[in-house]
Write a protein that binds this ligand. Sequence first.
Ligand code: TYD
Ligand code: MG
Length: 458
Amino acid sequence: MAGKGGARSVFRCTECGADQPKWAGRCDACGAWNTLVEEPLARGRGRLGGKAASSAILTAQPPIRLSDLGGVGLERWQTGLAEFDFVLGGGIVPGSVILVGGEPGIGKSTLLLQCAARLEQAGISTLYVSGEESPDQIRLRADRLRDHTGAVHVLGETRLEAILHHAGTLGARVVFVDSIQTTYTDELEGAPGNVGQVRECAARLMRFAKKVGPAVLLVGHVTKGGGIAGPRTLEHIVDTVLYFEGETTLDHRVLRAVKNRFGSVDEIGVFRMTGAGLEPVLDPAAAFLAGRHTGVSGSAVTALMEGTRPMLVEVQALASKAGFGTPQRVATGLDQRRLAVLLAVLERRGGLPFGGLDVFVNVTGGVRLLEPSTDLAVMAALVSSVHDHPVPADALFIGEVGLGGEIRPVAGVERRLAEAGRQGFRRVYLSKRSRVAPDGLELIGMEGIDELARRFAA
Ligand code: TYD
Ligand code: MG
């Protein structure tokens, strides 16, 4: 194994950057624990002298004026999986490295195999490398899919050197590596999946992509904590980071761009997992409202922005008489502390006592409410549940709520309202200070949360 001589790799502290020749649990320099990561020594570092050095310099690229570069249009390869291309900003950019992260079982391998099939159909050669499944197992998956996967080259391999060799010989224009955690290089001693291995393999694939020109798509497993297993630093190495998320028990899957050198971040694409692979959802804005029961108390709909697209989501609340002890506060899809704040505001400014009530809040479709613009909908659902009085089925709630109970306007309200109108919503509860005048929608401007509480008192 490499590194036995002791001189081919060092262990670098991810906190302070100091290096030491041997691994230890604690960094000698800064005292941090578990921060040492194996790193290969650059080949020939420090040995390049005289003639060799000057010839290396002569073959390097000289600086060039930006204007002399001419117009370079960004080429993009479309997969035809509409939602996937959309999230990327129009398709796969040649030479780019894209990391697709997600929990095990969410559908990463399925998504990428479908991409490979689509690219082959568009005449773009692909290589699908799997370190997790044998070619036979990939074949089994492929047989389920509606896409024609026949032309895709597959390879069961985990050694980076072999992957690079085959990708080069085949001349594949898009290389899929499933997953980065099973890939390892002989140059490092660590086991596959450890931080040093993952980082080094990703960096080498990145250099391969930039030098030889193919796009590389990496699968990265995500831990329950939400990070790509091992290094967050992986996100800095690659060009684009996509997360594939959703509840494995529901069939909606959301692909989210959290970093994109060639497009905008926070864009999402919505898919449905079917018996024959993933299908882009045609009307993503309404996807999460499907199956909504109307006329039930404790339900309110809001429109949130996912990147440039508005999405409609339903917030459900249930307030019921608490048993003994401290009342329960359970939030799914909403930060627990945010719920505590909203309850306190509703109690103090809206005069609704929650002291003796268990409160459960749930956002349907596995969506997470990260924007304060959804405050008003959460409160409307709570008020509606307390009074057991449904809000109108065609009502939408948009607004941030401050600690004083004041309802604040939110950004991008025009686009949210346009989408709501398209989906058949007719009245919108929002801040009195919102300046909009959409067609076909009745706007009900409110100053403070006390108005909301009064309006929906049974
Ligand atoms: P997979 O792509 O293996 O997930 P990952 O690579 O992220 O671990 O997808 C696994 C799940 O998807 C598995 O539970 C089976 C399901 N599935 C379908 O429902 N339909 C299909 O057509 C395929 C291929 C998988
Ligand atoms: Mg997989």
